[in-house]
Design a protein around this ligand. Structure first.
Ligand code: CP
Length: 339
C-alpha cells in the first residue's frame, strides 16, 4: 500500500498520516458532499487492504476489540445492516442490532433520546438509517463528539457508504476513473444513492449523465454539471458504467410515471439497450432490485457486464475501512499485519 496515498489517475494529495488526521477530525460520516479528495483516496486505499483482510482464512487482528457498534435502522435493510455487522465483527467489535419494533421508539422516544441512551450504554459508533432527510446530522449535532455517527441512508438525502462502495467497485475494474462516463438511470428524484454518487463521482472527475422520465429526474442537477436525458439509448451511448436505480415505489407520489409497464418499455436495462455503450461497459445496481423492472434478470446475472454481486461483497471492505478510520489508528495495525 503506497504512502503517500495515491489512486491511479489522481495526484497524491497527502501522506497516510495526514489522511488519518483528516478522518479523526471529521469524526462522523454523514454525507459524501463534504468529503475531500484526500479523505476519499485514503478510504479507498484502506478498503483495498480490508478486502484482503476480509478474504484471509486466518483470523484478522481484532483492532476494534472492546469497541461497540450499534445498528439503528428505522427502515428495512439487508445489505447495509448486515455488512456493517460483518465489518464490525471481523475487526473484533461488539455489535448491537437494535430492534426498532420492540425498542422504546414505540413509546414515543425521539431519535436523539434513543441515540443518547446507546451512548450511555457505552456505544462507540451509531450506524443509523431513517426515512427523514437530515436525521443522521441531527443526532450527530445532538451528541457531539461522544459517539461516531454513520449515515446508513436518510430519506432522499444521502447514503454515503453505498456511494463509496460503488466508487471502490468501479475503481477495481477501471483504476483511472477521471474522465469516464457514467449513466445513472431511473428514479433519481427519490434516490439518496444517486445524490451520494453524484457528489462523490463529480469530485473524482467522472462525466455524469442522468436518465429517466422527466418527473423523476430533477432538472436542477444540470446546474451542477450533470447531463440530463429522457432517452435511454442516447444516455448510454459510449458509457463506461451504467447504474440502474431502484424505482422507489414506497416513496412515489401519484402520477409520476404512467405505469410500471410504460417505465419498463422505456427505461429497463437489457442486453439490447446497452449495445450503444462502451464495449467494456459495466453495470451496477445498489439493490434491492425490483425484479424485472429496472434491469432484466439476464443482465444482472451476466458476469461479463454485471458488478451487482461485487458491489455487495465490497460493502464489507469499505465499511471495515470506514470503522477503522473513524475509530483511530487501528487501521495502521491491519496494514502492518497484511503487508
Ligand atoms: N443498497 C442498500 O442500501 O441496500 P439495503 O437496503 O438492503 O441495505
Amino acid at each position: 500500500v503506497p504512502d503517500p496515498v495515491s489512486i491511479p489517475g489522481h495526484q497524491a494529495t497527502q501522506t497516510r498520516s495526514e489522511g488519518h488526521a483528516l478522518w479523526r477530525k471529521r469524526h462522523h460520516l454523514l454525507d459524501t458532499k463534504s468529503l475531500t479528495i484526500g479523505e476519499i483516496d485514503l478510504l479507498i486505499a484502506e478498503a483495498r487492504v480490508c478486502k484482503r483482510v476480509h478474504a484471509m482464512i486466518s483470523a484478522p487482528p481484532l483492532v476494534l476489540n472492546n469497541k461497540v457498534v450499534a445498528n439503528l435502522f428505522y427502515e428495512n435493510s439487508t445489505r447495509t445492516r448486515s455488512s456493517f455487522e460483518m465489518a464490525a465483527k471481523k475487526l473484533g467489535a461488539h455489535v448491537i442490532n437494535l430492534d426498532i419494533n420492540t425498542s422504546s421508539v414505540g413509546k414515543g422516544e425521539t431519535i436523539q433520546d434513543t441515540a443518547k441512551a446507546l451512548v450511555g450504554l457505552g456505544v462507540n459508533v451509531i450506524v443509523q438509517r431513517h426515512p427523514s432527510s437530515g436525521s443522521a446530522q441531527s443526532i450527530a449535532q445532538h451528541l457531539g463528539d461522544s459517539v461516531h455517527v454513520i449515515n446508513a441512508g436518510d430519506g432522499w438525502n444521502e447514503h454515503p457508504t453505498q456511494a463509496l462502495l460503488d466508487l471502490f467497485t468501479m475503481q477495481e475494474v477501471s483504476p483511472k476513473l477521471a474522465g469516464k462516463k457514467i449513466t445513472l438511470v431511473g428514479d433519481i428524484k427519490h434516490s439518496r444513492v444517486a445524490r451520494s454518487n453524484i457528489w462523490l463521482l463529480q469530485k473524482m472527475g467522472l462525466d455524469i449523465r442522468l436518465c429517466g422520465p422527466p418527473t423523476l429526474v430533477p432538472a436542477q442537477f444540470a446546474e451542477i454539471g450533470c447531463s440530463i436525458y429522457d432517452n435511454l439509448e442516447e444516455a448510454v451511448a459510449g458509457a463506461d458504467f451504467i447504474m440502474a436505480l431502484r424505482l422507489q415505489l414506497e416513496r412515489q407520489e401519484q402520477g409520476l410515471i404512467p405505469s410500471i409497464g410504460e417505465y419498463k418499455k422505456l427505461y429497463r436495462l437489457d442486453h439490447k439497450r446497452i449495445r450503444a455503450a462502451s464495449p467494456s461497459v459495466r453495470i451496477l445496481h445498489p439493490g434491492p432490485v425490483n425484479k424485472g423492472v429496472e434491469i432484466t434478470d439476464e443482465l444482472v446475472e451476466d458476469e461479463k457486464y454485471s458488478l451487482v454481486s461485487t458491489q455487495v461483497t465490497n460493502g464489507v471492505a469499505v465499511r471495515m475501512a470506514l470503522l477503522c478510520l473513524l475509530l483511530g489508528e487501528s487501521s495502521k495495525q491491519l496494514l502492518t499485519v497484511t503487508r
